[in-house]
Ligand binder design. Structure first.
Ligand SMILES: Cc1cc2nc3c(=O)[nH]c(=O)nc-3n(C[C@H](O)[C@H](O)[C@H](O)COP(=O)(O)O)c2cc1C
Length: 247
């Protein structure tokens, strides 16, 4: 197994005491990193140095056994972005058709649907696409866990461990972008055409793509908190259904 600790250790960072952390800014970024679609500045180029800087931050995220099975594919080539966007749209179409009339009528859901359609229509214009990948596959991981003859079907373990390898880092990457004035959104619908995209980008067999993160500078000043279900509906204490003692 290759050693990686010297590659990722950031020895230049001065330690920061907890009381000196700018919690207001940190919490602001954590609570206002939205799925940016309509407010992407499609005309402003994104220097790849910024992408590198943000990916580097993402690489501090956790992975199982610290094996770092992640791989990152950064696409700025115009022709590839066009083809990727075509694959994305071809994947989205049947899903949208199936969901027609099924989605809740509320304003928030309708807004997300309209904004997702906007992104799909303009995806080829977004200056940079990032595809988080992993060297693991759900099928192989499942087979590996099956040898343990555990109580549960290891499908969930496999899915959790394979994509869990990349999403924490991808989210850190998106937070780092946000703090530098760039917007992105986490998408995965193009996986319906994963082999076509793999061929387009020379992704070897055995590498799983996890999603597609379109990146551009955002327009406007800032973002607000998103609409979320209240904590008491989704977080339980000691027993399922038992809400916080502070409610
Ligand atoms: C697993 C996952 C898959 C997603 N797939 C897509 C997608 O294919 N297309 C898209 O436009 N947004 C996609 N999203 C973004 C969500 O729609 C978005 O995070 C959600 O609506 C909340 O938006 P907000 O953070 O701006 O409040 C995905 C998000 C997640 C976590």
């Amino acid at each position: 197994m290759p050693t990686t600790d010297t590659q990722t250790a950031n020895t230049e960072d001065e330690p920061i005491r907890i009381e000196d952390l700018d919690r207001r800014s940190i919490d602001h970024v954590l609570t206002t990193t939205r799925a940016v679609r309509r407010r992407l500045d499609l005309d402003r180029p994104v220097p790849l140095e910024v992408i590198d800087e943000c990916l580097e931050i993402g690489l501090q995220a956790p992975t199982g056994y610290n094996l770092q099975n992640w791989r990152w594919l950064v696409i700025s080539d115009e022709e590839s972005r066009h083809e990727l966007a075509d694959s994305y749209r071809r994947s989205l179409e049947p899903f949208v058709e199936m969901m027609e009339g099924e989605l809740p009528e509320d304003e928030q859901t309708q807004k997300v649907a309209a904004s997702s359609t906007y992104l799909a229509e303009h995806l080829h214009e977004v200056p940079v696409h990032v595809i988080p990948c992993t060297t693991l596959s759900v099928r192989e991981e499942r087979e590996m866990w099956e040898q343990m003859e555990y109580e549960s079907d290891p499908l969930n373990m496999a899915a959790s461990s394979v994509y869990g390898e990349v999403w924490p880092a991808a989210w850190s990457f998106m937070l780092a972008l946000r703090s530098r004035g760039l917007g992105s959104s986490l998408t995965m619908i193009h996986l319906a055409q994963e082999p076509t995209v793999a061929e387009l980008l020379g992704v070897p067999d055995g590498i799983s793509q996890a999603g597609l993160i379109p990146v551009a500078y955002f327009e406007g000043e800032d973002f607000r908190r998103g609409t979320r279900r209240p904590l008491e509906d989704v977080a339980f204490y000691d027993q399922w259904g038992q809400t916080s003692p502070f409610n």
